[in-house]
Write a protein that binds this ligand. Structure first.
Ligand SMILES: [Zn+2]
Ligand SMILES: [Zn+2]
Ligand SMILES: [Zn+2]
Length: 258
């Protein structure tokens, strides 16, 4: 199994437009964070978790020409705004058309149907995305290409849930602000845990570094990676020194084999 971090930045990305802070002016490539997304490859199957506004560039950068499915964590634009670009995958072998399979919970799938209504219209305009939506029941594992995926529910804010995904030894959680004990129990035994941490200070809809570390301490994975960072984390090279052993800030392009 291989995990590739496609983007590790919060909704605005890093650098932030117009910001003159030292992180946004840094030349370290680890301080340049596209919107949060990751690719998981298991055998011949290739999944992407979330398709935000940087999806097109992320696919080009990693040289991806085929995707089996996109798993959405929640409906926020920084995780869904790139979905129109699945057209490239639909038509890559034209006249054979590859349908893109998109998975998410009920609220997310309903929103995608609304926002991309032209893709689901009766009389479709030629060349619109070819998508098949799959509503998952967050309470139960589901299968894609024979691979079992366990949804893990997190609280994002009072109005939103975010869904994390576990693939065997790997779990990927983003846009959590809290996790209930029964959901955390589904992480037992993971070797690699990816979890969001926005910044050092507390925030009402995203975990801080300290809060993410508390969850990591309880779950005890072999390795943990933090993602969905803002420029408030500071320079990567400085910030990483503040993390305990076995935990690191992810950065765009980082690959993890397991
Ligand atoms: Zn987000
Ligand atoms: Zn900045
Ligand atoms: Zn969000």
């Amino acid at each position: 199994m291989k995990l590739t971090f496609l983007g590790t930045g919060t909704s605005q990305g890093v650098p932030v437009i117009g910001c003159q802070c030292e992180v946004c002016r840094s030349n370290d490539r680890r301080d340049k964070r596209l919107r949060t997304s990751a690719m998981v490859e298991i055998g011949e199957s290739r999944f992407v978790i979330d398709a935000g506004p940087d999806f097109r560039y992320q696919m080009l950068r990693e040289g991806v020409n085929r995707l089996d499915a996109i798993l959405l964590t929640h409906m926020h634009k920084d995780h869904t705004a790139g979905i129109d670009d699945v057209r490239a995958f639909n038509f890559v072998d034209y006249p054979t058309i590859h349908t893109m399979h998109i998975y998410g919970n009920e609220a997310t799938i309903k929103r995608i149907e609304m926002e991309y209504d032209y893709a689901f219209a009766q009389n479709k305009y030629r060349g619109v995305p070819v998508i098949e939506l799959h509503t998952i029941n967050e309470a139960h594992p589901f299968e894609v290409n024979g691979i079992s995926i366990v949804p893990i529910i997190g609280e994002h804010s009072e109005r939103f849930r975010s869904v994390g995904y576990r693939f065997g030894d790997l779990a990927y959680l983003t846009d959590f602000s809290a996790i209930a004990a029964e959901e955390e129990a589904k992480l037992e035994g993971v070797k690699v845990l990816v979890i969001n941490s926005l910044r050092w200070e507390k925030h009402d809809s995203h975990l801080s570094v300290e809060e993410a570390l508390e969850i990591i301490n309880r779950v005890k994975p072999e390795r943990a990676y933090l993602t969905h960072m803002s420029h408030g984390i500071g320079l990567h090279a400085e910030a990483e020194k503040r993390l305990p052993k076995g935990v690191q800030f992810a950065y765009d392009g980082l690959q993890v084999e397991l």
